[in-house]
Structures are given as C-alpha cells and as structure tokens.
Design a protein. Structure first.
Lengths: 303, 377
C-alpha cells in the first residue's frame, strides 16, 4: 500500500493487475460507508427534535400533534406573529432585551473575575494555595440547589429581589469555579517565558495580565464567554426565583408564560418563539466556534 | 559603568535543595562572559537570579555598583534573550521590538527610531510587520536579540539562545552575536554580556572569559585559552576540549631526592624540571595524569627517552584533516590526533601493531586524585 504511483493511469493499471490491492480498497470503502451511515443515522436522531420544533413552528396548532411529517401541510406564520405579540402587554422583543440585560453583564463579569482569579492561582505563590484550590474544585461539585435558599434570603435582605442584580452580581467574584478551573488548566499549559520576557521589558503584574496573558488566553476566554452566554440564556431557575414582574421577564420565563396564561396552549406560538430564542446562542456559537473548540481541547489536554 | 559583581551568592529552593553554593564573581564592564557547565549545574538559575526572575537566598548581586537583590527585573537595567525566543505571539516583530520602550513611556517617534535602528543592525527591516509564527528559527532568534538591543540595557543576558537552532545556523548566529558585541562596544554602548550555554564551541569562540560551573560551584573562571591550557581541576580539564583530555589514574613514584616518575602501567614517564618542582611541593602518591590528545605524538629519534611510551593501536577514526588514533597501554586506552598525511605515511595497516608514542610532558597535567586539583600548575 505504500507504493508511490506516478499517475492515475498507472494507478488504475496497477489496480487492474493487483486483485489484493483492489479488494483492500473496496474493503476500506465499504467500511467507511458503514461508518458514515451509522453516524448520519444517530446525528439525525439527535437533531430530530430540533427539526421538529422548527417545522412545527410553521404549522397551525391543530396539525402539530396530528401529523408526523416535518413538512407543514398548511404553511402558516401565525405562530410567529401571535407568539411575538404574546398574551401580555409586551412583545417578545422586550423579553429578548431583558435577557440581554442580565446575560451581557454576567458574561463580562464572569470573564473578568475568572481570569483574574485563575491568573492568581496559576502564577502566584499564595499562602495555602493548595487548600484554596481544593476549595475551588469543591465548589464545582456543590449542587446549585444547596445555595438557592441562603442566596435568596441574602439578596432579599439586600433588597435586590425583582432585579437582575442577583443574577449577575455573584459573577463579579468568580463564583463559578468551573470557569476558573478551566482557565487555570489552560494557563498551566502556557509557557512562562513570554511573561518573564515581559517582566524584563518592564511589565508589572497587571500589565503582564493585560498585554501578555489575556491575548494568549483568548481561546479559553472565548470558551468561557460562550459557555456562560449559552447557560445564562437557558437558565430558567435563576430568573424564576428572583424576577417577579412580567416586564422584567427574560426569554426562559416568557416561554413558560405562554403556557400558563392561555387555556388551550398555543403550541405553534411557543415553538415559534423557542425557535427564535435559540438563534442568539447558535449565532454566537458559530461565530466563535473555532476558538471555542481550541479552548476546550487545549484547556483539557495541556493541563 | 556596568560591572556585575556576585558576592557569596546563594540559592536555596523552597524544597530545601541548595542550587547555588555561595559563588563570587566579577564581570568587568563591557566583558563577554560565558557561563558553561553540564545540565543541572545551576548556570541558568544564576542567570535568572541576575535577571531578577528568581529570588536570591543569600549574598548579593550588584550591577554598576548598585545592589539589585530586591529590585524587580525592569529596574535592573538588563535585557534577556531566551532559549525559545519568548516572542510575544500576538504582536508583530515591530511591536515585539518596541514593547519594552512602550512600557517605559518612550515617545512614539523615538520608539520608531530605535526599533528601525535595531532592525537594520540585525537585518530585520523586511520582517517588521510579520508575526512571530511567520518567522524561521533564526529570524525569531534575531528578533529576540533585537528586543534586547532596543532597550539599551547595561547588561545583556543570554540563556542558551542558540540551542534551538540547527548546527549551521548556530554557527552563523554565533559569529553575529560576537560581532554585535564588538559593534556595541565600539559605539560606546554598554555591552556587558552574560551568556549561558552548554556548548563548549560557543564558549571557546565567544567568551572574553569563561566561567565553568558544576553543581552550583564555580570551578574556574579564565580566558578560553588559559582554561584550555591550564585547567585548575579535573572537572575543567575533562569538560573543555574535544576530543576529551586523556585521563589516567596512576601513581607518582619518588625515585630519589627531588626526583619522581609517573607510572603508566609498567612504563615510566619523567617530568620536566619546572613541573617537577611544582609537583614535589604538593606531592601525593595517588594522582590522575592528564594529557590532551594533541600533545601525544608519534615518537622519533629526537624524542627524549623518558617521554616515550609503547602502545598498541586499536582504532583509528578518520576526521578528514586528521585521524583520532586510539591506542592501549596495557589496560589503559588513550587517544591522539595525527594529521592525515602522517597517518598515510606511517600508520597504514597499523591497527593491532605496537607503536612508540612521545608524550610531551611539559604540556601534561597532574591532578591530586583526592582533591581533584591540578598540582602541576
């Protein structure tokens, strides 16, 4: 198989004269086809609910549960139009904006605080560093629900209920251990020579972070931002607990709202809005996907 | 003035490992000092302490008369070239060169001027807008050197800067760095350089002086020629020179008042008068006899009788211009360098045959086996 063929004609001539080689190639092709068929099948199984959601959004309500076909018999945009207007005094656009009001600060604060903390862990000698690191990892393992009640009481005392502050304020203190951990692992994989060179060039610790570490951390930072963005947009529990007035509802709560208020649930409206709701996540992911994949893989492997 | 002085410099790591054992060293203003030693001899640690990247446990470091122990790297007036270049990957060559100046808040026009000047000196001008990943190893190393020059430091530090380059490039960069040092010196810019390497060719060709280190101790500091000719101890003798110095454990025999002979297996070698005097003052029986391959010649009628040893040739390596001829004296193997024409005239088909060799004893060394010091200096 290692033979070098000078050109295609010679290759086919060689193939003709060499039954074992031919059989070998055929075997490989068959193997590849089987692999792809299996992958394709499972891929479609995974994506089916998504396709179903998109197609159902274009169906009238009565058709959604009566036909298995992905292609709508009666094509209708009613779901989108009515869904956008919602049963409340606000349009769905309002809920979109509401979502951004807490997701954007949340992402920014997470990135800033996690990078600073990770930098400290990865590059400085802190007293009892091992203990603090173990504590950090332990917080990752702590179930979120354990914190719900104490946190709620705390924010109630601070008078922050029905505002977005409880949703993003904790992020200013690098409370999501997973991101800090991910960044630490990534930083540990980076050689320190550049930082030493920069120290000699005259950087202090903050300049080092800003001019050297952050640019090198870019893939990991983008992964953190992306994860935080998607998880925050999808977060249901947080807003459910802290946001009580409808005018402040984010998408996650607004979708649930449509199920609550109408008697016969307008599934096409919900599915249409759900389809729109996932668009930002998908767009952001596609824009950042190169960095994202690099960030996850190097963060994991090099640690 | 940018004289560097180490006084009783010590480094102990937090795990208790003592890396540097109180070294004393003076590096003169404008001098090019090469620090050489096997891996783990703390040469890089010493350099990093000088740079301020590693804390000092004891003793002091001063640059230009000022003790810098507690100063951060940026306030020491140094620039460093790293083994793997350590260029900032997200900055262009121009930004890499000017980064130090930018931090020092030098005006844009001045940065531009100094960067261009350094780029010209190192022929980097066409590469100024490239990113480090678009450079070859040699180019990247030149940028690293340029980054150091732009800063106009008092002291240049080099941490094995050429060991990532291939042999040919290494040779040309070696010359370049030497020339650069001379140029800087001529233009009256401070050019004190400390260059760490494990490559003895670099050490011999580049250094005004060489500092040989072993296990955190300085073994000897001297000019390349003196280091080669007059090694103070066994380690330096064995470390400098290729092929290595022949070393034979043997004994000194007193053969009467003010006389002694060196036993090489059953044969005896005499010592010339000036060596004899020195050896007798530090006399000890158990010694190591060392002689460089080039000081063993084929014996002829003029060779003094007490400097002739009979040996059997076991192997000849053709190096082109010369041969390395390995021979045994009973159970000891030694090596000599013989020019190719002499081999062709006299030594063809001589493997396995006995040959008389002339050991030039005036160039031989005798080391105390216990203290490993050269007692014939």
């Amino acid at each position: 198989m290692n033979k070098v063929f000078p050109n295609k004609a010679a290759l086919s001539a060689d193939l003709k004269n060499n039954p074992t080689l031919r059989a070998e190639i055929r075997k490989q092709r068959v193997g590849a086809s089987i692999r792809y068929i299996i992958l394709l099948f499972f891929g479609l199984v995974m994506l089916y609910p998504l396709f179903w959601m998109f197609s159902a959004a274009f169906k009238p309500n009565h058709e959604i549960f009566s036909s298995l076909s992905l292609w709508p018999k009666e094509f209708s945009l009613d779901g989108f139009i009515n869904g956008w207007n919602t049963g409340t005094e606000y349009t769905f656009g309002r809920f979109f904006l509401n979502t951004l009001y807490y997701v954007v600060p949340k992402v920014i604060l997470t990135v800033i605080s996690s990078v600073i903390v990770a930098y400290g862990f990865a590059r400085f000698d802190i007293p009892f560093k091992k203990f603090w690191f173990v504590t950090l990892v332990a917080t990752i393992l702590l179930p979120t629900s354990v914190l719900l009640i104490p946190q709620y009481l705390m924010f109630r005392e601070m008078g922050m209920l029905d505002s977005y502050l409880p949703l993003y304020l904790p992020m200013a203190f690098a409370t999501q251990g997973f991101f800090v951990f991910m960044l630490i692992q990534f930083l540990r994989g980076l050689p320190t020579d550049m930082e030493e060179a920069a120290q000699i060039d005259g950087c202090n610790s903050y300049q080092l972070l800003w001019y050297i570490v952050v640019p090198m951390l870019k893939p990991a930072i983008i992964s953190v931002a992306l994860f935080q963005f998607m998880w925050s947009v999808n977060d249901f529990l947080g807003p459910l607990i802290y946001i009580s007035s409808v005018e402040k509802y984010p998408i996650a709560l607004a979708l649930k709202l449509s199920i609550d208020v109408t008697e016969g649930t307008q599934w096409n409206e919900i599915l249409a809005m759900a389809s729109i709701a996932i668009v930002p996540s998908i767009v952001v992911f596609l824009i950042a996907q190169n960095y994202f994949v690099e960030g996850i893989s190097s963060g994991g492997v090099k640690g | 003035m940018s004289k560097v002085v180490f006084e009783n410099l010590t480094k102990v790591y937090s795990n208790g490992f003592k890396a540097v054992h109180g070294i004393n060293l003076e590096i003169e203003d404008g001098e090019f000092l090469v620090v050489i030693g096997p891996s783990g001899c703390a040469k890089s640690t010493t350099l990093r302490m000088l740079a301020g990247l590693e804390s000092v446990t004891g003793g002091s470091i001063s640059i230009g008369g000022k003790v810098v122990n507690g100063l951060p790297p940026k306030d020491r007036g140094i620039a460093m070239v790293f083994q793997n270049y350590a260029l900032y990957p997200h900055m262009s060559v121009r930004e890499n060169l000017g980064f130090g100046l930018k931090l020092a808040k030098v005006s844009k026009a001045d940065i531009e001027k100094q960067v261009n000047e350094a780029a010209e000196l190192l022929e980097l001008t066409p590469l100024l807008d490239r990113l480090p990943r678009q450079l070859s190893g040699g180019q990247a190393q030149r940028v690293a050197v340029g980054r150091a020059i732009v800063k106009r430091p008092q002291v240049f530090l080099f941490d094995e800067p050429l060991s990532n380059l291939d042999a040919k490039l290494r040779a040309s960069m070696r010359v370049r760095i030497s020339d650069l040092h001379k140029t800087l010196k001529k233009t009256n810019r401070s050019a004190t350089s400390v260059y760490v390497t494990h490559d003895q060719t670099e050490a011999m060709t580049m250094g005004d002086r060489i500092c040989v280190m072993k296990d955190g101790h300085i073994m000897q500091v001297d000019t390349p020629a003196n280091l080669y000719k007059y090694p103070k101890n066994l380690f330096v003798a064995g470390f400098i020179g290729a092929p290595e110095m022949n070393m034979v454990e043997t004994r000194l025999d007193r053969t009467g008042e003010g006389k002694c002979h060196l036993a090489l297996s059953s044969q005896m070698l005499g010592l010339p008068d000036e060596k004899l005097q020195r050896v007798l003052t530090n006399f000890t029986e158990d010694v190591v006899f060392g002689i460089r391959p080039e000081f063993i010649k084929l014996a002829d009628e003029n060779s003094p009788q007490d400097e002739i040893i009979k040996g059997t040739i076991v192997r000849m390596e053709n190096m082109g211009a010369e041969f390395y001829v390995h021979f045994t004296v009973e159970d000891r193997e030694l090596c000599t360098r013989v020019p190719s024409d002499v081999v062709e005239a006299k030594l063809l088909d001589s493997i396995g045959k006995e040959q008389r060799f002339h050991f030039e004893m005036s160039n031989a060394h005798i080391f105390d086996k216990k203290t490993e010091m050269n007692i014939s200096l």
